[in-house]
Design a protein around this ligand. Structure first.
Ligand SMILES: [Zn+2]
Ligand SMILES: [Zn+2]
Length: 662
C-alpha cells in the first residue's frame, strides 16, 4: 500500500493511502467529524496527499450540529419504519436540537413520539454506519420518486435557503445510506452531510414535541408535521438541558405575566400587542423613572415624536427600501373624490414608525447646529410598530408594538472615541443597577461585500468601539463581517439567573443616515461638517427588558421594582386596625404597602403573598402591638420579630433606595 503525507492536528504524518480519519481518530471517542482543508467532512472521507485534517469534537458547535442533524436523520428513519407511508421534508439542526418535517398519513400524537423514540433506540444500538454516496440529479429523481418533497429540493439545489441547504446545499448531490449489520443499506436519505460515523455515536437524545409547519415555510404549500428533538454528548448534559427547560418554563414571563397580573395580550387588540395592567404598570414606571433620572444625569435631552408619518420620511431614511417587510402597510389619507366616485386628488401614504431615528434627525435638522452643541444626545421612550411574522412573536420579548428607550447621539469625529467609551460604561452600569451582572460584548465588523461609507471611517469607528469594549475588561467576541451595511456596532450580551444569554443593548455607529438627511454642523473653522451618528437602545425595548427581568427574577422583583413592596397581614382580625395604621405610615413614607383585610385566615394570606412574590410581609400580633412593633416575613420564609415601626419603615426604604434584592 502506498503512503501519503497528511497533516493531523498540526503535525505531519505519513499514512497508508487507505487510512481514513475514522481510523486515525479511533482512540479519541470525542472526535465525531473532521475538517479537511477547512471543510467539515465525514470521518469516513478518503484522504489525499497533502490534506490538512483537524478532528472536531462532539462538544464543539460544529460537532453538536452534526450530532443533532444525525439524530434527525435517525428519527426520519424510525418514522418511516413505524409509519411506512410517511413522506420526508427536511431535517436541519437548530439551537439545542433539531427537527424533521414529515407528511404522515395521520397526525402524530404524543404516544407516537414514544414509539418513534424506541425505534430510534434500536437503530442507535445497531450502530448503523452513515455512508456517503455521490449521485446525479437523474439518478436521485429515480431513486426518490416516492419522496415528492425531496424531488422538489433536487430541482432547486443551489442556494435554497439555510434550512433546505442541509439536504442539497453542497456542490455535489449526495445520498446517505445507513448500513445495517451485514453492510447493506437499510435506509437512505438525500442529504449533504456530514454525519456522525455511525448511529451508535448518539449518546443521548429526546423527542420534545410536534408542531404544524408549512413546507418550506410558505402558507401556499402543504401543511406538514414537524417533530422537534434534542441530542447531547452525554446523558448528564441532556438531563441538565431538560432541567433548564423546566426552570425556564416556571419563569416564563408569559405565564408570570398572568399569574402576577402584570400584562396581557387581548385577542381583540391583535397579535403581539400588549396591555399593561396596574401592577405591570408600576414595574414599568419604576423602570422608566429610574432610566429617565440616569439619562438626565448623563446629559441626554428628552424629545417626543409621533407614531405615524408620511412615506416621504421613510424614503429619505431608506427604511422603505430595505425595511418595508418589517413595517405595517400604509394608510392612505386625505384622498379626494369626484361626484362619480373617481379619484380627484390622490391620497397621502402614512406609515406607523418602525424606528425613531428619522424623527430625531429632523429635530437635529430643525435649525443650524454648531460644534458647541455637540455631542447632542437626544433621548425618547419611542413606541414603534414592526410587523413581525406571527411565528416569531413571543410574549413581550418579541412583540409587534413596543417602546424603545432610544437615543441618538450626534458628535464630531474627534468626540467619537470618548463618547463611545463613556456610553458603554453608562450602559453597563445601568444594566447592573437593574440586577444583571454577567456580560460579554460582541463587536460586529464590516461586511466587505455590503457597506456604505469610507474604509477609513469604518476602521476609525471599529477601532473606537474595540477600544471602548476592551476598556470594560469583559470578554469580547468578534462577529467578523456581521455589521449592518451602515456601520459597526457593539452589542451587550447579558446572562440571566439560569445562565441564558440575552442580547440587551446595542451601540451602533451609522455612516448612512447623516448623509441621507444631509446633517451638518459648523466647525471651529467655520466649515460645514457632517456629524457622526450613534444609535443606542439600552434596554432594547422596555417590554423586552421587562420580560427578561421577569424571567431573571422569576417574578420575585427586587423591592424597588416590585408592584407591592409590603403587605400587612394581621395574625387575627383584632390587630387589623393597629396594622392598618402601620401600613398607612408606610404609604406616607413612599412605600407601596397594602393591608390584606380579606376574610382569609392568616396562613392563607401568607400563601397569597408568597404567590404574589411580595418582598416584605408585615405581620402584627399581640406582642407586636404591645411593643409598637411589627414582624417581617421574607420571601425565603425567614422571619424577624419585634421590629419597631420606624425601623421597619427605614429597612424597606433603604433596600428600595439602594435597589438591592431581599
Ligand atoms: Zn443527513
Ligand atoms: Zn436609531
Amino acid at each position: 500500500m502506498s503512503q501519503i503525507s497528511v497533516t493531523f492536528d498540526g503535525k505531519q504524518f505519513s499514512v497508508e493511502a487507505d487510512q481514513r480519519p475514522t481510523h486515525i481518530f479511533a482512540d479519541n471517542k470525542e472526535i465525531v467529524v473532521c475538517k479537511i482543508n477547512g471543510v467539515l467532512k465525514d470521518l469516513w472521507t478518503d484522504l489525499s496527499e497533502g490534506d490538512v485534517v483537524e478532528g472536531v469534537s462532539i462538544s464543539s458547535a460544529d460537532g453538536l450540529a452534526v450530532l443533532r442533524h444525525s439524530t434527525a436523520h435517525v428519527m426520519a428513519q424510525a418514522v418511516q419504519e413505524v409509519y411506512a407511508n410517511t413522506r420526508l421534508g427536511i431535517g436541519p439542526p437548530i439551537k439545542d436540537g433539531f427537527y424533521y418535517d414529515f407528511d404522515p398519513e395521520n397526525t402524530f400524537n404524543p404516544d407516537d413520539l414514544t414509539k418513534i423514540e424506541s425505534a430510534m433506540r434500536k437503530i442507535i444500538k445497531e450502530g448503523q454506519r452513515f455512508r456517503r454516496r455521490v449521485t446525479t440529479e437523474a439518478e436521485a429523481l429515480r431513486e426518490l420518486a416516492h419522496e415528492p418533497y425531496k424531488c422538489e429540493l433536487i430541482g432547486i439545489k443551489g442556494p435554497a435557503g439555510e434550512e433546505a441547504s442541509v439536504e442539497v446545499g453542497g456542490s455535489e448531490l449526495t445520498i446517505y445510506d445507513n448500513l445495517g449489520r451485514d453492510g447493506n443499506p437499510v435506509w437512505s436519505d438525500l442529504c449533504r452531510g456530514p454525519h456522525l460515523p455511525s448511529t451508535k455515536h448518539i449518546p443521548a437524545f429526546k423527542l420534545m414535541r410536534t408542531a404544524a409547519a408549512y413546507w418550506r415555510g410558505s402558507e401556499k404549500n402543504p401543511m406538514l408535521q414537524r417533530i422537534y428533538g434534542t441530542a447531547w454528548p452525554s446523558q448528564d448534559e441532556l438531563n441538565a438541558y431538560l432541567e433548564l427547560l423546566a426552570e425556564a418554563e416556571k419563569r416564563d414571563h408569559r405565564r408570570l405575566g398572568t399569574e402576577l397580573d402584570l400584562f396581557s395580550f387581548p385577542e381583540e387588540i391583535g397579535s403581539g400587542l400588549a396591555v399593561f395592567h396596574p401592577k405591570g404598570g408600576i414595574v414599568r414606571r419604576a423602570m422608566e423613572d429610574y432610566s429617565r433620572i440616569r439619562h438626565e444625569e448623563e446629559g441626554y435631552e428628552f424629545v417626543y415624536s409621533p407614531h405615524i408619518t408620511k412615506a416621504a420620511l421613510f424614503e429619505t431614511s431608506g427604511h422603505l427600501q430595505w425595511y418595508a417587510d418589517g413595517m405595517y402597510p400604509p394608510m392612505i389619507l386625505d384622498e379626494e373624490y369626484n361626484a362619480d366616485g373617481t379619484v380627484k386628488r390622490a391620497g397621502q401614504q402614512y406609515y406607523m414608525k418602525p424606528m425613531n431615528c428619522p424623527f430625531h434627525n429632523l429635530i437635529y435638522k430643525s435649525r443650524g447646529r454648531s460644534y458647541r452643541e455637540l455631542p447632542l444626545r437626544l433621548f425618547e421612550f419611542g413606541t414603534v410598530y414592526r410587523y413581525e411574522k406571527s411565528g416569531v412573536l413571543h410574549g413581550i420579548t418579541r412583540a409587534r408594538g413596543f417602546t424603545q428607550d432610544d437615543a441618538h447621539i450626534y458628535c464630531t469625529k474627534e468626540q467619537m472615541v470618548g463618547e463611545l467609551d463613556s456610553l458603554l460604561t453608562f450602559v453597563l452600569n445601568l444594566l447592573r443597577d437593574y440586577g444583571l451582572n454577567d456580560f460579554y460584548l460582541e463587536l460586529s465588523t464590516k461586511n466587505d461585500e455590503k457597506f456604505v461609507g469610507e474604509d477609513s471611517d469604518w476602521e476609525e469607528a471599529t477601532e473606537a468601539l474595540r477600544k471602548a469594549a476592551t476598556a470594560q475588561n469583559l470578554e469580547l467576541v468578534l462577529d467578523e463581517g456581521g455589521a449592518a451595511f451602515y456601520g459597526p456596532k457593539i452589542s451587550v450580551q447579558a446572562k440571566d439567573a439560569i445562565g441564558r444569554t440575552w442580547q440587551m443593548s446595542t451601540i451602533q455607529v451609522d455612516f448612512q443616515l447623516p448623509q441621507r438627511f444631509e446633517l451638518e454642523f459648523s466647525a471651529t473653522d467655520g466649515t460645514r461638517q457632517r456629524p457622526v451618528m450613534i444609535h443606542r437602545a439600552l434596554f432594547g425595548s422596555i417590554e423586552r427588558f421587562f420580560g427578561v427581568l421577569t424571567e431573571h427574577y422569576s417574578g420575585a422583583f427586587p423591592p424597588w421594582l416590585a408592584p407591592v413592596q409590603a403587605i400587612g397581614i394581621p395574625v387575627a382580625d383584632t390587630f387589623s386596625d393597629y396594622l392598618g395604621d402601620v401600613i398607612k405610615q408606610m404609604r406616607k413614607a413612599g412605600i407601596r404597602a397594602e393591608l390584606d383585610a380579606s376574610d382569609d385566615r392568616m396562613q392563607k394570606k401568607v400563601r397569597n403573598a408568597q404567590m404574589q412574590k411580595i418582598p416584605f410581609m408585615v405581620i402584627a400580633g399581640e406582642e407586636d402591638q404591645k411593643a409598637g412593633a411589627v414582624s417581617f416575613r421574607y420571601r425565603n420564609g425567614e422571619q424577624k420579630n419585634g421590629i419597631p415601626i420606624a425601623d421597619a419603615i427605614a429597612e424597606i426604604k433603604k433596600v428600595v433606595q439602594e435597589r438591592t434584592q431581599v
